[in-house]
Design a protein around this ligand. Structure first.
Ligand code: SF4
Length: 362
């Protein structure tokens, strides 16, 4: 087992490492091994913040980190929610691609000074079975290639019809049956390939009456509570910043002061703006004067939406309070349990006194 397995646990080699470690997962779960706690965090952060990274990476050994992945897959299977599985897989993929980027950018000095095994794109392509269909264009010197070519079939499989216009085949440069993509575009396609790999085989069947589900009762109760907090406030479709609850206004001001938002803060902000009916272009324009970058905004919005509309609205006031985002200003808790419900009530009361931001745009 090495650090690569812990950081990219969906690799075949990582699965082999788990097998070779000869660990009985049901015994590990029953014994409340720390890997279970990390698995719980893995799923929780995936659903709440769009990342599977730990908040306390130094708290876990490589073995616990690796073993938390199969336990997380059991947990997410037991949630019995297709959207939760999808969000979980997307978060694992996003985490993996961010790590790949870090590995690629690590300079030689760093490589020499650490024993961490790093991943390169070639290895990832091999692991995903894409080596033969994605090739870099020649480059001079040791620089990372700026362009890649991907066979048209895999391109169509990995890109989505819901992505922006530029992804449509008609808008792409096609050379000998291959589509040219820029490096950052390739990241997005690879992220989709990792999502597919993580999602494959989920949910596990036959877990319901298994002692494993009893042993994971507390973790499941917490995750189900998180899912049940999904608000059903219905369509709002009205944008008036002066009516936003203080938690959201504070986050906006923080971003506008060029302060970097932590993941749960940007998740909350994006979930709120999406929940009140704004689309990606509107949110990018609305946050134009902030530290939030347009690509990051678009990624999070994609993560938050599904075909049925907003899947993950902002967390409840109670949860935001535990993250220090809400200070229960003006006793809001008495008015609503979550920021969307609060805002909806404000809009219902004061709609005639304020103007929709969209109408003020030139
Ligand atoms: S009580 Fe709720 S709506 Fe009000 S600031 Fe706190 S989190 Fe936001």
């Amino acid at each position: 087992m090495n650090s690569l397995h812990a950081r990219y646990p969906f690799f075949e080699a990582a699965r082999d490492a788990v097998r070779d470690a000869d660990v009985d997962l049901s015994e590990l779960i029953a014994a409340e091994d720390p890997a279970v706690e990390r698995a719980h965090e893995r799923v929780r952060r995936s659903l709440l913040e769009g990342t599977a990274r730990s908040e306390t990476p130094d708290a876990w050994t490589e073995t616990q980190e690796l073993l938390s992945y199969p336990v997380a897959r059991i947990l997410v299977s037991l949630l019995n929610s297709a959207p939760a599985i999808e969000k979980y897989a997307q978060a694992e993929a996003k985490t993996a691609i961010d790590r790949l980027q870090t590995d690629i950018e690590a300079d030689d000095d760093e490589l020499r000074s650490t024993s961490t095994v790093r991943l390169d794109r070639k290895r990832l392509l091999r692991e995903l079975g894409l080596s033969a269909v994605i090739v870099p264009e020649p480059t001079t010197g040791p620089r990372e290639p700026a362009w890649f070519r991907i066979d048209v079939g895999p391109y169509l499989e990995l890109s989505s019809s819901t992505w922006r216009e530029k992804w449509k085949l008609v808008n792409r440069e096609l050379v000998d049956g291959q589509v040219r993509v820029e490096r950052h575009e390739l990241q997005k396609l690879l992220q989709k390939a990792v999502t597919n790999q993580v999602q494959a085989g989920l949910p596990f069947e036959g877990l319901e009456n298994n002692p494993i589900s009893d042993a994971l009762e507390a973790e499941l109760a917490d995750l189900n509570r998180l899912l049940s907090q999904r608000s059903t406030v219905g369509a709002i479709d009205f944008v008036a910043r002066e009516l936003f609850p203080p938690c959201i206004e504070n986050l906006l001001q923080k971003a506008e002061n060029e302060t970097q938002l932590i993941p749960v803060e940007s998740f909350t902000l994006m979930a709120f703006l999406t929940g009140i009916g704004m689309d990606a272009d509107e949110i990018v324009a609305f946050c134009d004067a902030s530290s939030l970058d347009p690509e990051g905004i678009r990624y999070q919005i994609e993560y938050l939406k599904d075909d049925r509309g907003t899947q993950y609205p902002p967390p409840s006031c109670e949860t935001l309070n535990t993250y220090g985002i809400c200070h229960n200003e003006d006793e809001h808790w008495k008015q609503a349990g979550d920021p969307l419900t609060y805002y909806k009530k404000q809009v219902e009361q004061r709609r005639d006194d304020v103007t929709d931001w969209r109408e003020t745009r030139s």
